[in-house]
Write a protein that binds this ligand. Structure first.
Ligand code: ADP
Ligand code: ZN
Ligand code: MG
Length: 481
């Protein structure tokens, strides 16, 4: 039986972070009263004329640059026809033949290897409205309600080349894309609010083959995890078909999250079904190179550049640099803390460990953390000065998250200061040595292993407050071990 190679290409829609819609002045605010953010243009009333939003074009350029694309001097808006109640004009304004950006690439760092995923194109288009079905689903609904607040919000569609080779790689690509669009403030990429959506195309071919197999397209992928799971399911489904000598048919399939399966939805539309025509109400779009260069100059440091700088400047392992630069927020949090603590690896360990764990559990971004970089720095300084042990520091941080108090205040209030001064320790050590003559004799007789036991007893007697290194030194001194 042949070994199969998986071939995946993604089509991603991202809502642009503009204040107003792409062809009218209506607000793009999420969650407003239904149909309160509409006008004749985004309702598709006859005679209403579109005016292109300059900021939407600028964000598309920014996205294109961040994805390594060529920004095309001329692009063209086309009408893409289909009929659905949430599409009031019965066509969507999109870009078919001449997109605004072409031919980019995104690098993924997977362990030691780097792989490049080609970007076919990035084009501008508009959102449709939203249907709300009164009932379980569209088929059984007694009626449907329509909300046009979303209608006409600016979108970019990003189309990858069929360069992705596994479901996991598809998820990693999406995470990287989200990072890029967030860094550049092109989109807020909230999958749960629908501002980032993904359709996945997948086919299999015999290992070594140079032609592509027939693909299916999967829709209704509402999370990165869903993308990976749906693709994993689809790999198995297609493999079974091919190995039974049957054909994969080109079709659109629907992912059902609760059943963990894809279902056939409809046969795939062909471009001809959309009857694309240039939109006579919109001029061809001309983007001058000065504009592109101005946008390029204003781009923030991008994640790959920042990752590489973290490796160089802070001497961090690539893994740390990768994790810390997945969000601009997190990278800034880390750097702000390093400016005060001057031990990048120590800061990295705490940010990637305790801080990220807490933020994830509470579904917060680094910028929303109740413990600010200065607060973490305060704690890490106590650790560096041996005022608290590593173990106690973790408890202190948990208290900081819970109460918002500063590290030194908590340590003082709780009496968690580590005992390092010899006088206080000597008294405890005296007692422990007196109580355990056996191990003391062992150590004196050369069995230094027993020192560990004695240190443990001192730690216990001090309720964990003694500085273990100091105790070790003192006991060795006393027993001349
Ligand atoms: P369509 O004609 O169905 O619109 P496109 O060529 O426009 O297909 O590609 C749409 C998406 O599907 C792109 O992301 C592309 O990379 C991907 N794709 C194209 N062919 C294949 C294939 N054989 N297997 C997997 N993905 C594919
Ligand atoms: Zn409007
Ligand atoms: Mg296509």
């Amino acid at each position: 039986m042949a070994d199969w190679e998986v071939v995946i290409g993604l089509e991603i829609h991202a809502e642009l972070l503009t204040k107003s819609k792409v062809f009218c002045g209506c607000s793009t605010e999420f969650g407003g009263t239904p149909n309160s953010q509409v006008c004749p243009v985004c309702m598709g009333l006859p005679g209403a004329l579109p005016v292109l939003n300059r900021q939407a074009v600028e964000l598309a350029i920014r996205a294109g640059l961040a994805l390594g694309c060529r920004i095309n001097e001329f692009s063209q808006f086309d009408r893409k026809h289909y009929f659905y109640p949430d599409l009031p004009k019965a066509y969507q304004v999109s870009q078919n033949h001449l997109p605004i950006c072409s031919d980019g690439k995104v690098e993924l760092h997977i362990g030691e290897t780097t792989c490049k995923i080609g970007i076919e194109r990035v084009h501008l288009e508009e959102e449709a409205g939203k249907s709300l079905h009164a009932g379980e689903n569209i088929m059984s609904a007694a009626y449907s309600l329509l909300d046009y607040n979303r209608s006409g919000i600016g979108l970019i569609e990003i189309v990858t080349k069929p360069d992705i080779r596994s479901p996991e790689e598809a998820r990693l690509f999406l995470e990287k894309l989200k990072t890029l669009l967030e860094y550049t403030e092109v989109s807020d990429c909230k999958m749960e609010e629908g501002s980032l959506r993904c359709d996945a195309n997948i086919s299999l071919r015999p290992q070594g083959s140079t032609t592509f197999g027939v693909k299916s397209e999967i829709k209704n992928l509402n999370s990165f995890r869903a993308v990976q799971r749906a693709l994993e399911f689809e790999v198995e489904r297609q493999k079974e078909l091919l190995e039974a000598g049957e054909a994969v048919i080109p079709e659109t399939r629907h992912w059902d999250e609760s059943q963990g399966m894809t279902f056939s939805m409809r046969s795939k539309e062909k471009a001809a079904d959309y009857r694309y025509v240039p939109d006579p109400n919109l001029y061809p779009l001309k983007v001058e190179s000065q504009w592109v260069e101005a946008v390029r100059r204003e781009l923030p440091e991008l994640p790959d550049a920042r990752r590489n700088r973290f490796i160089e400047e802070y001497d961090l392992p690539p893994y740390d640099a990768e994790v810390l630069t997945t969000s601009r927020d997190l990278a800034e949090y880390f750097e702000a803390c390093v400016r005060e603590v001057h031990d990048p690896k120590l800061v990295s360990n705490w940010v990637m460990g305790e801080v990220l764990r807490w933020l994830k559990a509470h579904e917060l971004e680094a910028a929303e953390s109740p413990v600010k970089p200065g607060g973490l720095a305060g704690l890490l300084k106590l650790l560096q000065e041996n005022v608290v042990s590593n173990l106690v520091a973790k408890d202190v941080l948990a208290e900081m998250f819970a109460t918002g108090k500063a590290a030194d205040v908590i340590v003082e209030e709780k009496g968690w200061k580590q005992i390092s001064d010899s006088d206080s320790l000597e008294a405890i050590i005296d007692q422990v040595l007196a109580d355990h003559p056996g191990p003391v004799a062992d150590v004196k007789g050369g069995k230094t292993k027993a020192i560990g036991f004695l240190v443990g007893q001192v730690m216990k007697a001090s309720k964990g407050a003694a500085n273990p290194q100091k105790v070790n030194e003192l006991i060795r001194g006393r027993l001349q071990a």
